[in-house]
Design a protein around this ligand. Structure first.
Ligand code: SF4
Length: 360
């Protein structure tokens, strides 16, 4: 009888996108008829349904305690074969402990023994996509072999380099996704992009954390350079990021600001048609890697050793050395030292130089 397996990741969109390789290995480790369900934040799951990465969604509004109770009850009404939790919080562990599953897998920490049957060490020296794959290593001997080979190679893949591709078995790319031209999202995106007569590059200049944003002036100057080079600039972002994208778009001739107009899946459809994506260290950067679009990430308050590099062989980053970096795990609303020099010291020419390496 077909079973359902469950992946839990209720963190932000970037963290969720980085579970794509884990989703693949969970599928490969289960009988073909099994279903994969995803428990994630409200509004993020549709992308994974549309791209066929999962078959069923449980979504929660994390700010609403009654929604938590409702979703918990829905989850408790199911029996799962294998449950993998990529989320490390105590609250998630208490939910996991209350669910019916044949096998529960989570990360090792001093208190999680009561929630999980298998507790995997989180290999903090590796990028996040590989840390996540450690959760599935005992499910699949082939993956276990890859992880062991990686450990013995001494490579950590922390620094994006065109000379050192990421391991293909850990890819985030959905390049083999086949679009259905009859779906409304595909038709909508084709309609939007029909206005563009040149190749285009995408900018994702927003972030939940203001200090992770490169400057408006920097993006504007970069966009002007791309315009002169014959590219259209397409801006992507959420409705909340619109003030920022509009300010940038206003300074770039013939640019197209799509912020707030495309959902996650539609943004993916736009990105996969673009020549290049330039992003802050944000969800858009990870979405661009999923779209298999060459990606430049601009890093300020965060650093590569935190694990969130763009996970693609066709990605590079731009950063400057400053003694205050990193100043937090996620960035913050305000620069603690009041200068934001980690971003203001990055010039448009620095970013353009890196972009050119990916455009050749
Ligand atoms: S403290 Fe340094 S790294 Fe942090 S936001 Fe300010 S300039 Fe950037």
């Amino acid at each position: 009888m077909a079973e359902t397996n469950l992946l839990i990741q209720t963190a932000f969109v970037g963290d969720l996108l980085l579970t794509i390789p884990l989703m693949r290995w969970m599928r490969r480790s289960a009988p073909p008829a099994d279903r994969l369900a995803l428990f994630c934040r409200k509004g993020l799951g549709n992308f994974f349904l549309h791209t066929g990465m999962v078959d069923q969604l449980f979504e929660v509004d994390k700010t609403n305690s009654s929604d938590w109770r409702k979703v918990k009850k829905e989850l408790q009404d199911h029996h799962f074969q294998t449950l993998v939790s990529a989320h490390q919080s105590f609250r998630t562990a208490t939910i996991v402990a209350s669910l019916n599953a044949h096998l529960k897998i989570g990360y090792q920490n001093p208190w999680s023994f009561w929630a999980y049957d298998v507790r995997e060490k989180r290999p903090m020296h590796l990028p996040e996509a590989l840390r996540l794959l450690a959760l599935a290593r005992k499910l699949n001997s082939e993956l276990e072999g890859h992880m062991r080979d990686l450990e013995s190679s001494g490579k950590d893949h922390q620094i994006p380099s065109l000379d050192q591709p990421i391991p293909p078995w850990s890819s985030l790319s959905l390049s083999d996704f086949v679009e259905d031209p009859s779906t409304l999202s595909v038709q909508k995106v084709l309609q939007i992009l029909s206005k563009i007569r040149t190749p285009f590059v995408c900018f994702a200049p927003g972030s939940v954390w203001e200090t992770k944003c490169w400057t408006t002036e920097g993006y504007a100057q970069l966009g002007q350079s791309f315009h002169e080079m014959g590219y259209t600039v397409v801006l992507l972002g959420s409705e909340q990021e619109r003030v920022k994208t509009q300010a940038i778009a206003a300074k770039i001739p013939e640019s197209l600001d799509l912020s707030g107009q495309t959902n996650l899946f539609e943004s993916f459809l736009v990105l996969r048609r673009g020549s290049l994506a330039i992003c802050n260290d944000n969800g858009g950067m990870h979405l661009a890697c999923a779209a298999n679009t060459p990606t430049v990430g601009i890093f300020g308050p965060t650093v590569l050793k935190l694990g969130y590099r763009p996970w693609s062989s066709r990605s590079l980053i731009v950063e400057k050395d400053h003694s205050c970096r990193p100043c937090g795990k996620h960035g913050s609303a305000k620069c603690p030292i009041g200068t934001h020099v980690c971003m203001t010291s990055i010039q448009a020419r620095d970013v353009l130089e890196v972009c050119r390496k990916l455009l050749v």
